[in-house]
Design a protein around this ligand. Sequence first.
Ligand SMILES: N[C@@H](CCC(=O)N[C@@H](CS)C(=O)NCC(=O)O)C(=O)O
Length: 273
Amino acid sequence: MSTAKITPSATALSTTIKHLTCNLNLQNHACVRTLFTGAAYPTRTLRRTGFTVSMSAAAATEPVEVCVKASVTTPNKLGDCPFSQRVLLTLEEKHLPYDVKLVDFANKPDWFLQISPEGKVPVLKLEDTWIPDSDVITQAIEEKFPEPPLATPPEKASAGSKIFSKFIGFLRSKDPSDGTEKALLDELSAFNDYLKENGPLINGTEVSAADLSLGPKLYHLEISLGHYKNWSVPDSLTYLKSYMKAIFSLESFIKTRAQPEDVIEGWRPKVEG
Ligand SMILES: N[C@@H](CCC(=O)N[C@@H](CS)C(=O)NCC(=O)O)C(=O)O
């Protein structure tokens, strides 16, 4: 893979961005549609170095195919899977072009079940092999496309990793005194303390893989606990609040996030079941 760093004028920059983002591909299948060919605005590089654009692998690489969950509320929109968003965020932050295939979960097509026998998303194709599981996929992307590096140092990689399971416990709980709210608050407080020491992001000032995993989960937490429990992250957790705001404001996040109504529908069976 070749990496070219260029410092274009404002005109050249906008041309570059147009080149990377304008290639729409609306291919129809019975139950799936290729939504768009994505390639990120090089936001991380722009923020760090002004008008320096890292072309990285984007210009030279064929779009990567990735299957994700389709919206249940709006045709041809991304659905509410946080693991799928994690993979899309990784592709965006690596400035890699990709083709999204939206899978209708109410009617999973045979070709998808052949790729993913468990019927799970995300799955991503690398070198003619379909890879399941966001942990494995993001690791494979990091190895094949090391620039820009996103790996979180091992000693920091588990920061905030227990929040998701505690969030689900509280969301499903029907007994206000069963301790699930406190268990979640304890994890959120511990992560707030971690950010105070190490932040503003998990690996300091640079976005890294652990942020791209945790960010979508915190987004689900905020929307679903707000909707089903009228609950929000306490204002006293200022470092966590700032963290969520920073991650949710990334261009890559805005481009790949689920619609709130899909997040709400996605969690309904867990809440009502
Ligand atoms: N450990 C997997 C979890 C993937 C997962 O659970 N995906 C869900 C959607 S968010 C799924 O495909 N579930 C199958 C179904 O609900 O039919 C990963 O990290 O990719």
